[in-house]
Design a protein around this ligand. Sequence first.
Ligand SMILES: *Cc1c(COP(=O)(O)O)cnc(C)c1O
Length: 395
Amino acid sequence: MSDPIMSTYKRLPVHFQHGEGTWLWDTDNKRYLDALSGIAVCGLGHAHPAIKAALCQQAGELIHTSNLYGISRQEQLGENLTRISKMDKVFFSNSGAEANEAAIKIARLYGHNRDIKSPAIVVMENSFHGRTLATLSATGNRKVQAGFEPLVSGFVRVPYGDAESLQVVAQNNPNVVAVLVEPIQGEGGINIPPDDYLNQLRTICDDNQWLLMLDEIQTGMGRSGRMFAHQHNGIVPDVMTLAKGLGNGVPIGACLAQGPATEVLGAGTHGSTFGGNPLACAAASAVLEVLESEQLPARAEALGSKILADLADALEGIAGVEEIRGCGLLIGIELDRNCGELVTTALKHGLLINVTADHTIRLLPPLVMSDEQSDEMIKILSELIKQFLAVDQDN
Ligand SMILES: *Cc1c(COP(=O)(O)O)cnc(C)c1O
């Protein structure tokens, strides 16, 4: 049979049929422990009853009417999202890349409003912001960009985690209007910047009237141990983008703004046919309600600390393990060599993990993972890592 799907993905040889919480079952009814959550999307796990109920009810009432009309579900979600984030306003999109597109447009328009004719946005090495033309141009990974030149101009790149380098940009580039940065780099390898990095960026942005735009698409919705990762620093960004965990699998993204960024996009300057439709907003509202009522950000922090400690124990003294790092349930195990094949080995052993930046095993478990499931995850994974490093050593 010919495969009708474009070859954009290197897929693993499995089709999942159904799920429950942290478990997934494939079409042969084999069970898997999900330590990836569909890439940081299903924070509440699979088939969550509150999401199911919200979707079923909304699907029976109204799925879509377009943004030509008022959408109560969207207003309600906007109300709650701005309340918990201390932001002022929100634009809803259907994905992370689209949320970042809105942020990039806000930055450019903010620049033009201040008579900067060729506005530039500072972005980071090893960043990931999406696959559309503007967001792949903002992304700090040549593999994502190669073949798609000419890239969108207006981005200035600096090393991640180095606030000093932004001071240099501030002195030399009068066209800069904003900084776009991930609080923790996810795709880039779970890179955690110095503790006060975001505070320093906040100060530099204030001093230069730049917008601080945080891409919290992967770090947001409780995953880092706070509802939003920047809350570890006690700062508020000017713009924040969300997606992934926001709808627990129902496609929805958001670009939030406060202060000088709030009123930049006026009527007719941006839009989306699907963005913020009643069905997606019903799902996201249910996600927010469960995250808050079950205090899942705090659970992510506690479980994340336990996993880091347990991994350190299980992998103590193993040659080839470079670093184990994490924040909440964004966890990276960096090895001294390429370890992409571990994903397939883990799959065979009934565990879903990911490897990013070639060397780093990435764990993004659901926020609802139990201690017992975490123990099982670590038992399977640490054995596989030990075997992999031992066998590879002999070669
Ligand atoms: C996944 C991701 C994106 C892109 O989101 P899509 O929904 O795939 O467009 C952007 N930024 C970060 C930090 C991400 O992790």
